[in-house]
Design a protein around this ligand. Structure first.
Ligand code: SF4
Ligand code: SF4
Length: 376
């Protein structure tokens, strides 16, 4: 167990070891990743309210540091920046290529949610461990130290339980915190995930957790699980969507969808990008990579025009890739159940509701549900 001073020390130890310490901060009215130098920078007393198309942050006086679910910014942006220069070329006489230097130091993430660890695992499969690794992502990710904060305050938009990604953390962390604030004080159960985590924790004042502390952690996580009502049947949905590529629901959702791409930008696992070259009048060429979205018309542009010109085809591409063909490509779902795309969709489109609408008229799903009903 550590207390608030212990958490402060933990951040200082990580900074002394040369890590850029990052954690949740309040920025622009939302919980966002940002630099943290100590506990004073964390969002004490803040709680969020989320619903389809809605996000609101309020400050209470309970002093709880991790009393919120995820905000619009994810850790993806820290490892795979929205815009990044790949190289620049100087054409003065002969061509000279320069690449940007490495980021200042390894990064320590404090307070990532368990579902966000699952999102990083998905990105690792694509950007680090896949057939075409991104060296910038790999370098930043490999050096990172991760402190997760298990979730005691899921939002109404969360569905991590059905995706198997929360609210407790099973792996992917160096240290895991569970925040307790009750009659016994404000404190954190700490679990060690790696040798590096054990070495860091050894430099922080801590005491043995009591049975009562461990019981309080169990209660926190059970309450969080029971509070989550949304669900998505992670594995069965892949085949169901593949059977329903001509379902009328794609046109129904297209009538509401603005094709704005917000869902892809807030999604912690969407990784599509575009590369552009710009030339200056002084003869320099800059090559930049930027996030891109399958909702953009030119994302599917081949010779002669876009392959997916209708909004229904673009929404279908997003959902079927994320929930269905991602399994074929990467052996996992592309969704970790964080609910960001539900809260940050300006018209409140909820992928769990769209999947339920399609699955509700799917013969195989209905038959499967009936069999499950008989068995139970
Ligand atoms: S699809 Fe939506 S719920 Fe799933 S990981 Fe992306 S933002 Fe989160
Ligand atoms: S589903 Fe919502 S957030 Fe995504 S493109 Fe359509 S309107 Fe925008």
């Amino acid at each position: 167990m550590i207390d608030l001073r212990g958490l402060d020390t933990l951040i200082t130890v990580l900074a002394d070891l040369g890590y850029d310490t990052m954690g949740p901060v309040v920025r622009d009215g939302a919980i966002m990743p940002g630099p943290v130098a100590g506990v004073a920078d964390l969002p004490a007393g803040y709680h969020d309210h989320q619903a389809p198309g809605q996000y609101r942050l309020e400050r209470g006086d309970d002093g709880v540091l991790f009393g919120w679910a995820v905000g619009p910014g994810s850790w993806k942006a820290e490892f795979f920046p929205p815009t990044q220069e790949l190289w620049r070329a100087n054409l003065d006489g002969e061509v000279t290529l320069t690449e940007p230097g490495a980021p200042s130091g390894p990064m320590a993430i404090i307070g990532a949610r368990p579902c966000e660890l699952a999102a990083l695992d998905v990105l690792d499969r694509v950007l680090r461990d896949g057939s075409v690794p991104d060296p910038r992502y790999a370098a930043r990710r490999d050096g990172a130290f991760v402190v997760t904060a298990e979730c005691g305050a899921p939002a109404a938009t969360c569905f991590c339980t059905s995706m198997g990604t929360g609210p407790h953390a099973d792996g992917g962390f160096d240290l895991a915190l569970s925040e307790l604030s009750d009659g016994d004080g404000h404190r954190f159960v700490v679990r060690v995930g790696t040798e590096a985590g054990a070495e860091v924790l050894a430099r922080v004042p801590s005491v043995e957790a009591t049975d009562s502390d461990l019981g309080a952690r169990r209660h926190l996580l059970e309450a969080a699980e029971n509070a989550i009502t949304r669900e998505l049947p992670a594995e069965s949905v892949a085949a169901m969507l593949a059977r329903n590529l001509e379902h009328p629901q794609w046109d129904d959702v297209a009538d509401r969808c603005l094709a704005c791409g917000n869902c892809t930008l807030v999604c912690p696992t969407c990784f599509c990008s575009d590369v552009r070259d710009t030339t200056t009048l002084t003869g320099e060429v800059h090559r930049q990579r930027s996030w891109s979205s399958c909702f953009d018309l030119d994302h599917s542009y081949l010779h002669g025009g876009p392959v997916r010109s209708s909004t229904s085809s673009r929404y279908r591409q997003w959902l079927t890739h994320k929930l269905s063909t991602w399994w074929d490509q990467f052996g996992t779902s592309g969704c970790i159940g964080c609910g960001r795309c539900i809260a940050w969709c300006p018209v409140g489109i909820d992928l769990t509701a769209e999947v339920a609408a399609i699955g509700g008229s799917d013969g195989a799903v209905r038959a499967g549900a009936a069999r499950a009903g008989t068995a139970s």
